[in-house]
Design a protein around this ligand. Sequence first.
Ligand SMILES: [Zn+2]
Ligand SMILES: [Zn+2]
Length: 91
Amino acid sequence: MMASDMAETWRNCFEEELICPICLHVFSDPIQLPCKHNFCRGCISEAWAKDSSLARCPECNHAYTQKPSLEKNHKLSNIVENRLLNYRFFF
Ligand SMILES: [Zn+2]
Ligand SMILES: [Zn+2]
């Protein structure tokens, strides 16, 4: 089996909540907004860097008049890290 097939199978095994809606990859350094939506820290920072006056949740479009602090989603982060460990174990 090709490594790429393995990666594909592995990716299909992921629940949707482990996928960042911006980059469509597994979260890297996931953060949670007050509206409970999760994004990679890098993705949301980049999305918000484009417009300094307004911060919107890309998922539910909730507008924040003030950029909320990006709180690390520890639970999600742990799940992702565990999955990545399993992934490495494959090879
Ligand atoms: Zn992302
Ligand atoms: Zn949201």
